[in-house]
Write a protein that binds this ligand. Sequence first.
Ligand SMILES: *Cc1c(COP(=O)(O)O)cnc(C)c1O
Length: 423
Amino acid sequence: MKKETQCIHSGYKSKNGEPMALPIFQSTTFTYDSTDDIGRLFDLKGEGHMYSRISNPTVAYYEKKLAEMEGGIAAVCTVSGQSAVFVSLFNILSCGDHFVTGSKIYGGTTNLFAVTMKRMGIDCTFVDLDSDDETIQKAFRPNTKALFGETLANPSLEVLDIERIAKIAHKNGVPFIVDNTFPTPVLCNPIKYGADIIVHSTTKYLDGHALQVGGAVIDSGNFNWEGGKYPGLTEPDESYHGVVYTKTFGNAAYANKLRAQLIRDFGLCPPAISVFLTDMGTQTLGVRMKVHCNNAMRAAEFFEKSDKIEKVIYPGLKSSEYYALAMKYLPKGQSGVLSVIFKEGRKAGIKFMDSLSLARNVVHVADIRTLVLHPASETHRQLTDEQLKAAGISPGLVRISVGIEDIEDITADFEQALRAVQV
Ligand SMILES: *Cc1c(COP(=O)(O)O)cnc(C)c1O
């Protein structure tokens, strides 16, 4: 099936006499006929749901949809994109381990990596993934266990050269974890280019209507965990009577360990009703992404003509240094987010934002409504000037998430707000 069809038909499929819409299994627990049946679930030997902190049928149907859409073998949903990013790494890293990450990434992820995970004894090195192979290679250490990057960086919109970076990860014997939030599975499937694990903030386009925070981790099933680097997957797990994930679950070891240990211990399974709402958004993702992409391109061309704008950042523009990579990895469209840098810097950007009437000034992105944000004073406020620079953000940068309203109404709003900016 094509992506647009998968959005609607993957995952739940009703059988004879069953509801056509994805049912909301609103229950904390599930009943079984015998203690033996439940015992088998505890031993990870039976199929079925036990407790909604760990898994739930509604959630499982949506996980199946996401796995199919990304071309993976299993997906695990979490309560937020942030928790998905965290467990994607914590599933294979422990205190004393190290990973390499792209430096141009989401601000929340930068904090998670640079501060919170450091406190757990997990160290990381930030490196610009646009650098040559040799520079990236230098960031690797003997205890490096993963390489992390964003397909389309939030908010600097660099396009990741997935194939090249995956090769570097694999040369070092570590998996390549890719945050594919901005392109969505409709515009890009990084697994095709060598990514091993995919993470999503489903809060963004997958939901698309600003209804529900959520996340997901998708396992390609392609990475070989043997060799001694990942004992958590290849050696007995004491919390499950000595189960060895690679033996019991084969190439789905990573996803199964993630659920059995981390979703269980941290309680990260999202509520059924939340996933029902996210799934409803995902059903129209195919048509929405077409409009988001077209509108963003039109908006980018509009800003390129303004004398108040120093630079328009959108990888679909021929003027973008990422145009060639965008045509390779995002040929169907370059998503709905663009950034503009005001010639007069921070003050002009803020004046523009405060003068908008249709576009909403919110801490959110990837929504049916046109939204604007000033990263330097909002999402990336915690970052030092140096980190801001490394993340590709200048003080006069305004991030614009172009919605699916009529493009003429959107540009009319931009036009009147630009007039309010004094040059
Ligand atoms: C928003 C976002 C996250 C965090 O997701 P939440 O759902 O807000 O926790 C992670 N990565 C990217 C690229 C994002 O845009």
